[in-house]
Design a protein around this ligand. Sequence first.
Ligand code: FNR
Length: 184
Amino acid sequence: SQTHIAVVVGSIRKESFNRQFAEAFVKLAPADFKFSFVRIDDLPLYDQDADAAPAVPTVARLRDEIKQADGVLFVTPEYNRSIPGVLKNAIDQASRPWGKSVWAGKPTAVMGVSVGVIGTALAQQHLRNVLAYLAMPTLAGNEAFIQWKDGLVVNGEMGEQSKEFAQGIMDAFVAWVRKFPQAK
Ligand code: FNR
């Protein structure tokens, strides 16, 4: 049977390096892993007052997509040494109403691409803090602090120089997700 992973990219710009990397990365997965990219650019800003009413369609869609997933992959830029607001908004939206968080128990991994040399290390550390609170078992070690450069992704495929590194991360992620067969 198929293992389904929801991919959350923390950048909503069209030419996002993180999205380009994520799209090449998921091609390294085994055949029984299926990835779908979750849309976060059309979500309203989280407002606790909205929890009293039925979720608007975009929020309901996000919550449902995460709920149906066996695992979650976060690929995010670093904005001002943290995660982008759009990503935090999506995380908050799917964490409520209180007691109904769809994140809990989903195995996950964190990666990121930046134009700077520290490759989103600080953003990833902030994100790990959030994921710990959300009770998401998060892949440890296998850190992926990636700096964008020519050749990282070539025609939608992982570039030659990064392929072995990226494959190692994918293999670790797949093995991690397989440890949590009841996550859905
Ligand atoms: C950035 N960038 C950035 N890079 C970094 O390494 N550390 C940082 O703290 C920041 N801060 C930051 C804030 C804001 C508001 C912007 C717009 C950008 C640069 C960032 O790495 C670059 O814009 C990437 O291209 C963003 O990722 P995507 O959109 O290409 O996926």
